[in-house]
Design a protein around this ligand. Sequence first.
Ligand code: NAD
Length: 321
Amino acid sequence: NRKAVLITGCSSGIGLALAVRLAKDEKKRFMVYATMRNLAKRETLEKAAGRTLGSTLEIKQLDVCDENSIKACVDSLPMRRVDILIMPLCRNAELGMIGPIECQTICEMKSVMDTNFFGLVQLLKEILPDMKKRKSGHIVVISSVMGIQGILFNDIYAASKFAVEGFCESLAVQALRFNLNISLIEPGPVITEFERKVYEEGLKIDLSKADKVTADMFTNIYLKNYNQIFQSLGQTPEDVAEHTFKMITMANPPFRHQANHPYTTMTNLKYVDPNGDLPIETFYKMVFEHDKVFKASLSFLKLLRWRSHNSFSLDKDKNAS
Ligand code: NAD
């Protein structure tokens, strides 16, 4: 009895890595419905899936911003059954993802929310009622550390992830009543095509609408350090896929899981100070006071990554004594 797993955004990044990881499960526990918005982009997944294609993995079209596409996809599944719904989902890295808000249009900002938040809600609306009826199911949302903490020049992206987190946190209470699990996976920086494109689009931003200080901050501080942060802290999509695999195979999965262990040093600041000033002041110091603190922080985080290399908090079931 294989579990039916529906995954969004499988043409690239985390979605692709995850679809392949689950399809190649040695125990063949999953039937993976690897979906993507544009089937013309299926080739990379087909190659990576190899022999699992047509046995434990099927590719389907799904655009979370299109109600008809959602319905057609779910209706095409045997008995419309989805045991595990996994949503690594992000609007493509066009304008509007990073940068000063003065240089982004409301239309661009709305399109980020449309995919990252409303798309996710729309898909869930199609799948949740069946899960409630069956009183079983696991919904896994690939959020971000930016769903916990805002980051300089990621205002809209972070807002979309905060929206997702608030939504899931509210729904999780109701889900308990139906024996359903909801989990958020919160990766830190992940080295994917997406991240490279976001950077390239960042270089193209027309900064003429921003004042000189803001424009300078974006170009000479944010973009300058962007690659360094990904190099020192970046995870691979396969690593995030592994965390997700563990999450869906445990008996009592946690609601939240941060997938980038060294980064928890930063996110913990939020919980240490209920006034909320500590993380903001720390980020300010890292950015402006400047190079020395920033570099020292990166070395510290690197050291932590080295120390935590083999530790994996999902190895311990939350209900295990
Ligand atoms: P990615 O761009 O490779 O993946 C995003 C996927 O979403 C793409 O396959 C894209 O086609 C798909 N998508 C976009 N609009 C869609 C729509 N309307 N319908 C269906 N699919 C749609 O990037 P990724 O890094 O693999 O991102 C996956 C998830 O991980 C996202 O939720 C992202 O926010 C999260 N995340 C990424 C990073 C990072 O640094 N890359 C860090 C933390 C969290």
